[in-house]
Design a protein around this ligand. Structure first.
Ligand SMILES: Cc1cc2nc3c(=O)[nH]c(=O)nc-3n(C[C@H](O)[C@H](O)[C@H](O)COP(=O)(O)OP(=O)(O)OC[C@H]3O[C@@H](n4cnc5c(N)ncnc54)[C@H](O)[C@@H]3O)c2cc1C
Length: 560
């Protein structure tokens, strides 16, 4: 008998996580050896879904639960209906409660300080989102999920919930707040910039010619359009001005790194050296992360260029609606660690980037191309099963973006543009989870912080990852197992090339010297200053010795 315990699709996570509540098996009735079983259970059409209640002792052919179609979404919902159809005594004991809880229950949860995370999904009566989340999170043993209905509008108002579905999180210490999944997190963008400048770029020992121009232009676009926190913006602007004014056609990477690490202790500039993925956190260490943050950065840049065109005035890019995309294209082609990604992106750009005539079209072009990448990668090894690659934004994020034309789902691009401009705007950026920048006095102190070893730890795993891991089921926290074919592997390979490794080593060597944070340039300057001041002291010494001898001669021989 061929039993299959995994039922996955492109758009939904696997049903294996539900196994404690309901187990899924598949039987191939086309196989001759299964025909007896199929006849016994009266199976005539394929696929047929049969449901068997928990604790059934007598023989039964099961129950047919029919949904309107055979889509996995419908199957999941039908399984939920089936589970809820159990009476209290026959319900599978490991199945978490699926019925809604009341506002009074939520208030007592807030007071209970249970030492656990408790998520409450607020939703409408007909919604399945809450129940799907409850079942999806069964393997996670330190978070409990419940659902509540949106009937008591006044109660929802006191929690700050203006639309459903919404997720409200009660932390182990009793603090609580709304989780906004459609937010853009500063932590993702800043961690991405950190990786870009301190890791990806470190694969290049020096930048010259076309490479240097690409990096210069890319930094100009980022410095002018990045909508993040002031110290990060100031760092990007300082780097951009320095690159623009440097009369050199070759720049060693270490010089860039010194500036990024603020070796000059310029006040008010700062870029985290911690990686903290929030909206880009994968369900496994090797998934999502940097490439996700890069997409978010690129979308943010095209949206900013369209909503704040004045930011590019004086850069030479202001009259070119393709400028931001062309700069991104060159950056990806030249620097992005995943060569294959760069080649795919280049193909898409060659095909249609020239058709972009306005900044709004640039926003939509990148959105369309990102969706093409999503559909190409659906089901790929690099896909995170918890974040399936589907056409984005999904109907729950932006219902107005979707419309039905002649029975087919299609995009309303005007609405997509409105949504993208809102989603990737400064107003949608939240600083929660970003590394605390301390007071402006601390902003020059990154060099010190790095020397104390607070960046990536030797395993390459950041504290951010460790924080997030506390929410993962223990069995999923293994070492980087499936890396051979993943995108991260390709990024790693680039860094492991002899050139990349050497540059990385040099970059590392430049940071801690005698544990104080001097680069080789600083040290040479120190030696020169030391020699110069010693010479000066010796000259002064001989000068005063000669003069004092002359005074003595005058004193004893006034006539001299
Ligand atoms: C330019 C580029 C090209 C790439 N090419 C390849 C490739 O050829 N092969 C490969 O294996 N990997 C490629 N990658 C990596 C891949 O696209 C994903 O970034 C990676 O697999 C992580 O996926 P993710 O689930 O975090 O979502 P991502 O695709 O990285 O998306 C990040 C976030 O952007 C938002 N988003 C999703 N779709 C859209 C959209 N259409 N418009 C706007 N926002 C959206 C969502 O909030 C999503 O969570 C590429 C990455 C980049 C930056």
């Amino acid at each position: 008998m061929a039993w299959c315990w995994q039922l996955c699709s492109k758009s939904h996570s696997c049903l294996v996580d539900w196994a404690a509540a309901i187990r899924v098996a598949a039987l191939d009735c086309a196989e001759e050896k299964n025909q007896d079983v199929c006849r016994t259970y009266d199976i005539h059409f394929y696929p047929t879904f049969r449901y068997f209640r928990a604790f059934t002792k007598e023989f039964t052919a099961g129950e047919n639960f029919k949904g309107p179609d055979r889509e996995l979404r419908t199957v999941r919902q039908t399984m939920i209906d089936f589970l809820q159809n159990h009476t209290e005594g026959t319900r599978p004991p490991a199945c978490p409660p699926l019925d809604p809880i009341q506002p009074s229950d939520i208030l007592s949860l807030m007071d209970s300080h249970s030492g656990q995370y408790h998520a409450v999904m607020f939703e409408s009566n007909g919604s399945y989102v809450g129940r799907e989340v409850i079942l999806d999170l069964i393997p996670y043993d330190n978070i409990v999920v419940s659902r509540a209905l949106d009937r008591d509008k006044a109660f929802l108002g006191t929690l700050g919930i203006s639309s459903v579905p919404s997720c409200y999180l009660i932390y182990p210490n009793g603090s609580h707040g709304l989780v906004n999944v459609a937010k853009l997190y500063t932590a993702d963008l800043e961690s991405g910039l950190h990786y870009l400048l301190r890791v990806e770029l470190a694969a290049h020992r020096s930048l010259a010619g076309a490479q240097l121009k690409t990096f210069r232009d890319f930094m100009t676009v980022i410095a002018k359009l990045f909508p993040g926190r002031p110290p990060v913006k100031k760092l990007l602007e300082t780097l951009q001005e320095w690159l623009a004014n440097l009369p050199l056609d070759k720049i060693p990477y270490n010089a860039i790194l010194d500036l990024v690490n603020n070796k000059m202790r310029i006040s008010g500039i700062f870029l985290t050296s911690h990686i903290k993925w929030v909206g880009c956190q994968g369900s496994r260490l090797e998934l999502r992360g940097y490439p996700c943050s890069l997409w978010k950065l690129f979308h943010t840049l095209t949206v900013q260029a369209s909503t704040h065109p004045e930011a590019l005035v004086g850069t030479g890019f202001e009259d070119d609606p393709q400028a931001v995309l062309q700069t991104i294209r060159r950056y990806i082609h030249t620097f992005f660690g995943c060569k294959e990604c760069g080649e795919h992106f280049e193909e898409m750009a060659k095909e249609s980037l020239n058709s972009v005539k306005t900044p709004d079209q640039a926003v939509l072009w990148l959105w369309r191309k990102h969706n093409m990448v999503n559909s190409r990668l659906a089901g790929h090894l690099s896909e995170d099963p918890k974040f399936p690659k589907v056409p984005w934004p999904t109907p729950d994020l932006c219902p107005a973006c979707h419309e039905e034309i002649k029975g087919l789902d299609s995009w309303n691009e005007d609405q997509v543009l409105v949504f993208l401009k809102q989603h990737y705007s400064r107003d949608n950026l939240v600083d929660t989870y970003s590394v605390d920048q301390g007071s402006p006095d601390d902003w020059g102190a990154l060099g010190r912080e790095q020397e104390e070893g607070e960046g990536l730890n030797p395993s390459g795993k950041s504290r951010g990852h460790q924080d997030a891991e506390s929410l993962r089921p223990p069995h999923k926290l293994g070492p980087r197992t499936d890396l051979s074919k993943s995108l991260h592997h390709r990024l790693d390979l680039k860094l492991q090339s002899p050139q990349g490794l050497q540059a990385l080593e040099e970059a590392k060597a430049a940071v801690p010297f005698l544990g104080v944070g001097f680069s080789s340039l600083d040290m040479s300057l120190c030696v020169v200053l030391y020699v110069a001041s010693s010479l000066f002291l010796m000259i002064m010494y001989f000068f005063f010795r000669v003069r004092s001898k002359r005074w003595k001669v005058r004193l004893y021989h006034p006539a001299v």
